[in-house]
Design a protein around this ligand. Structure first.
Ligand code: SAM
Length: 277
């Protein structure tokens, strides 16, 4: 009989956040696949878990995923963990999950900490919708392009960022998106936790002088541009044409996804609008 694949969330800084079910699962499985075995060994030592570890990291994801699927099919129960938080959220995991699903292996989530959920829980978003981006590209030109494509998003944007790139991230976001309210969530669950609501201009001004340390989530609120009432597709397309730098193709993709209408119908209307000018 095939084994089961458990996706186990682990703390994002504070070991007290490890769940009872997570500990029990890590004790009971035959094998733990970890993003970094040295890092996970510290967690296992803390909770007196002696289950064997195997590495499962981004560069070897495809190869390791197949090896793990083969072992699970042979009856081995495997738990996947990442360095912190929930595997698969800006962390390795998706290839293993996809392969396991293709092989009809049972996949069981063991939920728990995630920097995404922790930051959102302090953001007070109404009504709670958001767009999770994760890490913006490291290359400035690609990062700016991403920001441009998000100018007209009516959803708060959730970013992960590392301290050594944060200054440039803030500068580019401010330049492209204009000043916006931001939830700054640094070192969550740790001793020097720093969560505050501020804005891009204030961050750009202060970040020059201070050395930012630790891990960061940023939630960038939507701009103040008025959105059309979405009464007609034509109105929506015209609005995007006038207020964003998106290509016609990208506008069609976005409008189709936003309002749940087939892309070909949107495309016919967009052609009329774009050809008018
Ligand atoms: N899978 C993880 C999760 O569920 O949160 C995220 C992994 S991703 C590689 C690591 C990023 O998550 C960091 O660069 C940072 O943006 C964010 N992060 C992780 N721990 C954090 C913490 N304690 N405080 C703030 N951000 C954190």
């Amino acid at each position: 009989m095939a084994g089961t694949l458990y996706i186990v969330a682990t703390p994002i800084g504070n070991l007290e956040d490890m769940t009872y079910r997570g500990i029990r699962t890590l004790k009971e499985v035959d094998l733990i696949a970890a993003e970094d075995t040295r890092h996970t060994r510290k967690l296992l030592t803390h909770f007196a878990i002696s289950t064997p570890l195997v590495s499962y990291y981004r560069e070897k994801e495809t190869q390791r995923a197949q090896e793990l699927v083969d072992r699970i099919e042979a009856g081995v129960n495997v738990a996947l963990v990442s360095d912190a938080g929930t595997p698969g959220i800006s962390d390795p995991g998706s290839i293993l999950v996809k392969r396991a699903r293709q092989a009809s292996i049972a996949i069981v989530p063991i939920p728990g900490p995630s920097a995404l959920a922790a930051a959102l829980s302090c953001a007070g978003l109404e009504p709670g919708s958001f767009l999770f981006i994760g890490f913006a590209p490291a290359k400035a030109s690609q990062r700016k392009k991403l920001f441009q494509s998000l100018i007209s998003s009516c959803y708060p944007l959730v970013f992960y960022e590392s301290p050594h790139r944060i200054r440039q991230f803030i500068a580019d976001a401010w330049k492209v998106l204009g000043n916006r309210t931001v939830l700054w969530a640094r070192e969550m669950t740790k001793k020097y936790e720093d969560i505050q609501e501020t804005d891009l201009a204030a961050l750009a001004a202060s970040i020059d002088d201070q050395k930012v340390r630790g891990e960061l989530v940023l939630i960038v609120h939507p701009g103040e541009t008025e959105f059309p009432s979405h009464e007609s597709i034509e109105e929506l397309l015209s609005w995007y044409r006038e207020n964003s730098d998106l290509s016609m193709k990208d506008v069609c993709k976005k409008v189709a996804a936003d309002i749940g209408v087939g892309r070909s119908e949107i495309y016919q209307q967009a052609l009329k609008i774009w050809n008018k000018v």
